[in-house]
Design a protein around this ligand. Structure first.
Ligand code: MF3
Ligand code: CO
Ligand code: CO
Length: 292
C-alpha cells in the first residue's frame, strides 16, 4: 500500500485528502487495453497462487522468514519476479504483518503462535513487467472471537468497497462504503496508507483511500486497475513507526489490525477482481446479491 496522500511512495505527513475539483483528472486514470489486461491477469494469477500455496504453511511454530522464503521460491518457480525485493531498499518478497502490525511487517525468525492473526502481502512482476498485488489474513489456530471478527469484518469491508466499482462511480464511493461499514462495526480505518493504481508500475495513480465521501474524487472508467486494501484497527486509527527499521507500522494503542487486498479492474459493467482465487473465504452474501 501507498503512504497517503502522496504522488509516490514516501514519507509524507498524513493529512486528509481534499476532494479535487474541476476536470483535470482525465490523465491520471492509467486505463489498460485488453492486451495489457491479459498480462495483468497473468501477474494476478501468480500472486494469488502464492497466497493459495502459503495457506497450509501459516501455522504455529513457523517463522515469517520461512514463509517469505516459500513465497519467494513459488514466485520464481512460476516465472515471476518478487516485486518487493529491492523496492525502495526493501529486501524481502513479502510483507508479513502480525497482530498489532498494520502493514509492512518485515519477515523475521520469530515463530508464529496460536492466536496470532497474520497478513501476508505479496506483489509479483511478470517477465514482461506487469504487476499484481494481493494480500490475505491467516488465523493461527484458534483465535479470540475479537480477532476473528476483526479479520472477517475487514474482509467484508474490502468487498463493500469492491462492489462500488463500476464506470461512472467515484473513488469517494469506494472509500465511503468501506468507512461506513467498518466504523459501523466499531472499528477504525487507517488513513496513512491507501490502495493504488497498478500496471507496469507498482504504485501509480490513482490513490484509493479507504474512507471518504460519496461522489467525490476521480470518476471510474473501464480499463482502470487499482488495489483496494483497507487496514482496519480494533482500537483507535492512529499508527506509528515501530522502532527504526524504516518499514514496520504498528497501531499506536497496540490494538489488533487486519488487512485484505485485491487488484480490481473497472469493466464496462462493473468490476473484475483480478486476484480472486479459490482458497479465499467465500464472498459475502451482499456481493452475490449485487451481481444479480
Ligand atoms: N504490497 C504493498 C502494497 O500493497 C507494498 C509493499 S512495499 C514493500 O502496496 F516494499 F514493503 F514491499
Ligand atoms: Co497494494
Ligand atoms: Co500489497
Amino acid at each position: 500500500m501507498l503512504r497517503a496522500p502522496c504522488p509516490a511512495i514516501g514519507r509524507t505527513p498524513s493529512q486528509p485528502q481534499q476532494p479535487k475539483i474541476g476536470p483535470p483528472m482525465l490523465m491520471v486514470t492509467n486505463s489498460k487495453t485488453p492486451e495489457m489486461l491479459e498480462k495483468m491477469r497473468a501477474a494476478s494469477a501468480i500472486v494469488s497462487g502464492v497466497l493459495e500455496m502459503i495457506g497450509e504453511h501459516v501455522r504455529p511454530g513457523v517463522s515469517t522468514a520461512r514463509l517469505d522464503q516459500l513465497c519467494h521460491d513459488y514466485i520464481v518457480d512460476h516465472g515471476g519476479v518478487p516485486a518487493c525485493v529491492g523496492y525502495q531498499g526493501y529486501q524481502h518478497a513479502t510483507c508479513i504483518s502480525v497482530n498489532h502490525v498494520v502493514c509492512h511487517g518485515i519477515p523475521n525468525d520469530k515463530p508464529l503462535k496460536k492466536g496470532d492473526i497474520v497478513n501476508v502481502d505479496v506483489t509479483v512482476i511478470t517477465k514482461d513487467g506487469w504487476y499484481g498485488d494481493n494480500s490475505r489474513m491467516y488465523l493461527i489456530g484458534e483465535c479470540s472471537i475479537a480477532a476473528k471478527r476483526l479479520s472477517a469484518i475487514t474482509f467484508d469491508a474490502m468487498w463493500h468497497g469492491i462492489v462500488q466499482v463500476k464506470p461512472g462511480a467515484h473513488l469517494g464511493d469506494i472509500g465511503h462504503a468501506i468507512q461506513k461499514f467498518a466504523e459501523g462495526q466499531g472499528f477504525s480505518i487507517v488513513r496513512e496508507f491507501c490502495g493504488h493504481g497498478i500496471g507496469k508500475k507498482f504504485h501509480e495513480e490513482p490513490q484509493v483511500l479507504h474512507y471518504g465521501r460519496p461522489g467525490t474524487l476521480e470518476e471510474l472508467v473501464p480499463g482502470m486497475v487499482f488495489t483496494i486494501e483497507p487496514m482496519i484497527n480494533a482500537g483507535r486509527r492512529e499508527v506509528k513507526d515501530f522502532g527504526n527499521d524504516g518499514w514496520t507500522i504498528v497501531t499506536k494503542d497496540h490494538s489488533l489490525s487486519a488487512q485484505w487486498e485485491h487488484t480490481v479492474l473497472v469493466t464496462e459493467t462493473g468490476y473484475e477482481v483480478m486476484t480472486l482465487s479459490a482458497g479465499s473465504p467465500p464472498l459475502p452474501a451482499f456481493v452475490t446479491a449485487t451481481k444479480t
